[in-house]
Design a protein around this ligand. Structure first.
Ligand SMILES: [Zn+2]
Length: 198
């Protein structure tokens, strides 16, 4: 059987009965997630699983390397990431905006060593957003670049004027984390440190 359909059948049989009321309430009242997450598309780093969230709790955006571009409303191009951030922050009014990077990130690797030859139409230009983090990392170790990329995305979030305003007013909190796939450990990234969450 198609593994997607198999998974769906399992969802309908085992999860839906217990979660039905929650979904019905979410359909009736609409979503009002408290948290928005910007995470990597990497299949091993699912924010809902890592943070133990249920449907309706997290507005999630996933892209290559969990990057946030600078605020550029007049630039040419399709700003999918900035559009999701605008919707989450200004329409849904989340209270917390989290950047979730991870170890062994293929996007960060592409930023450091170049995108794979088959991924140069879009990936190469996209990961270049994080290039300043690579240039600023003293030892050029991928683990330190990964942390630098989270800090860069947080700094770029602050270039969105309505985010800076909400943060200054204490109505929006920004947080950065790195998830280590090998150990399952989450590290909190701040402006001057990176410490494992106890
Ligand atoms: Zn990644």
């Amino acid at each position: 059987m198609d593994p997607l359909i198999e998974g769906y059948k399992k969802f309908r049989a085992e999860i839906w009965p217990a979660e039905r009321e929650r979904y019905e309430a979410l359909a009736h009242w609409g979503q009002s997630p408290d948290t928005m997450i910007v995470a990597c598309s990497d299949s091993r780093v699912d924010p809902q699983t890592i943070f133990g969230a249920v449907p309706g709790e997290m507005f999630v955006l996933r892209n290559v390397a969990a990057l946030v571009p600078p605020y550029q409303p007049d630039a040419l191009g399709y700003h999918g990431t900035s559009a999701a951030i605008e919707f989450g922050v200004r329409v849904l009014k989340v209270a917390r905006l989290v950047v979730l990077g991870h170890a062994q990130c293929g996007g960060v690797r592409a930023m450091a060593y170049g995108a794979p030859p088959q991924a140069r139409d879009f990936v190469a230009a996209w990961v270049d957003i994080g290039r300043p983090a690579f240039d600023a990392a003293p030892g050029k170790k991928l683990s330190e670049v990964e942390i630098g990329v989270v800090r860069l995305s947080l700094a770029n979030l602050m270039s969105f004027p309505w985010i800076a305003e909400l943060v200054a007013a204490g109505r929006l909190g920004l947080q950065g984390y790195i998830f280590d796939i090998h150990t399952g450990v989450l590290t909190r990234v701040t402006a001057d440190g990176a410490d494992a969450v106890p």
